[in-house]
Design a protein around this ligand. Structure first.
Ligand code: CMP
Length: 139
């Protein structure tokens, strides 16, 4: 059975463009509740660790530079079928391929600066949430 937790980050392009409030509205309107939330800025070391699975990809260096270029908003979200429903809400990684009405279609500028992150599995939702929050903060 699908889990009810996912993890998101509103990324530096979206926070810098003043889209944070509008994106949170879309998330709440879609039926998610916020279990934990943190406004922060990643160091190169932290971003490198968070995206370690992409280490061998050609865009890894660009991704780390971009994710450390400004503040982000990290959050743990709760809803039935959270991972899949959230990925449908944000749309495809490439905003040009994202469906009309999705968060990335509305707010992202490029495949790298794509406004929001959404976990791709229940397992990664827990791992990624634990990267930012202690168990006590989201119990
Ligand atoms: P996300 O799915 O949140 O996590 C991996 C990120 O890598 C992805 O969002 C994009 O921001 C980035 N990414 C994926 N593919 C590319 C690419 N081809 N070029 C640059 N960045 C990418």
């Amino acid at each position: 059975m699908a889990g009810n937790v996912t993890f998101t980050m509103i990324k530096p392009d979206a926070t810098a463009a003043g889209h944070t409030g509008k994106i949170i509205d879309k998330i709440l309107e879609a039926g998610f509740t916020i279990k934990a939330m943190k406004w922060t800025r990643l160091s190169k070391e932290e971003a490198g660790k968070f995206y370690e699975v992409h280490k061998e990809r050609p865009f890894y260096g660009e991704l780390v530079d971009y994710m450390t270029s400004g503040p982000i908003l990290a959050a743990i979200l709760v809803k039935d079928n959270a991972v899949e429903d959230f990925r449908n809400l944000i749309g495809a990684t490439d905003p040009q391929k994202a469906a009309e009405g999705t968060i990335r279609r509305m707010f992202a500028t490029s495949i790298a600066a794509n406004a929001v992150h959404g976990s791709d599995s229940d397992e990664n939702a827990l791992i990624e949430g634990a990267f930012y929050f202690t168990t006590r903060e989201h119990a």
